[in-house]
Design a protein around this ligand. Structure first.
Ligand SMILES: Nc1nc2c(ncn2[C@@H]2O[C@H](COP(=O)(O)OP(=O)(O)O)[C@@H](O)[C@H]2O)c(=O)[nH]1
Ligand SMILES: [Mg+2]
Length: 246
């Protein structure tokens, strides 16, 4: 099979309730528009998500990765990204908080010479249809207050939206150097991208909370904090090995 235009990695941890709907919705949107694509489900857990995704193999071009043990969203996205063969590669959350339609706001920026184009809930064009519960919004503010002095990224308003796209050589470079397995991998990727001189564009997207999360409030956030320190003070990150061509 020749390489597709678009590869989409879908990280999932026990998302059996949503995965088939998400895969079909992506196919229903992309297929009639003539985009060639492959979907890579990176699913940890034991609720049958991998099996549910694999069941659709005859109707959707889907590959399935992952293991019963929980290994982190960052790890799942990294494995998916490194297995992808598209010219543009990206990831979106299995719970479909950002619908695939929003990709139309993303793709034109690659024509403009951007290397990384990320969905955002905090810049013009963002449209939040259902907000997160108050304690998660407070948590996001707290996250920013801790993350920015440590890592910087002052130019990026929303580092955590699960809708990010890369030109293939840029993804290959960034995900080969990225080490954080948990939720803080977005911060690491963006920090590596900016320090490597890649052009990053943040675009507002339509976003809808699903009232459901895999993040553990106390142990999960404690791990996130430790990972931010690792990004800031951890072992030296390897230098860029490939630079974007155009
Ligand atoms: N492969 C994998 N995916 C994960 C893991 N933890 C979370 N995810 C997925 O990453 C996405 C975002 O995580 P989630 O906790 O739902 O974030 P929230 O909905 O924004 O609170 C979802 O699609 C999750 O299923 C994990 O340990 N491994
Ligand atoms: Mg969720």
């Amino acid at each position: 099979m020749s390489a597709p235009y678009l590869s989409l990695v879908i990280p999932a941890f026990n998302e059996v309730k949503t995965i088939q709907h998400t895969l079909r919705a992506i196919r229903d949107y992309l297929a009639p528009r003539g985009h060639t694509f492959e979907l890579i489900v990176a699913a940890d857990g034991t609720d049958g998500t991998r099996e549910a995704a694999a069941e659709l193999r005859d109707e959707v071009p889907v590959a399935v990765l992952g293991e019963p043990a929980r290994r982190g969203k960052g790890r799942g996205v990294r494995e998916g990204m490194l297995a992808a063969s598209g010219a543009i590669v990206g990831f979106l959350d299995a719970d479909y908080k950002v619908a695939i339609d929003e990709i139309e706001k993303v793709l034109p920026w690659f024509e403009q010479g951007y290397d990384v184009v990320i969905g955002s809930r905090a810049v013009a064009g963002a449209d939040i249809r259902r907000t997160q519960p108050w304690y998660r919004r407070v948590g996001s503010k707290g996250f920013a207050m801790v993350m920015r002095p440590l890592v910087g990224l002052y130019g990026i308003k929303d580092t955590q939206c699960g809708f990010k796209f890369f030109r293939a050589p840029v993804a290959a470079d960034l995900f080969a150097r990225q080490r954080i397995d948990g939720y803080m991998f977005d911060v690491e990727i963006l920090s590596l991208a900016l320090r490597s001189g890649y052009k990053v564009k943040e675009v507002g997207v339509k976003w809808q909370d699903d009232g459901d999360t895999r993040l553990k409030l106390v142990s999960g956030n404690w791990k996130n904090l430790k990972d931010l320190f690792r990004i800031r003070f951890g072992r030296k990150l390897p230098a860029a090995n490939t630079r974007s061509a155009a």
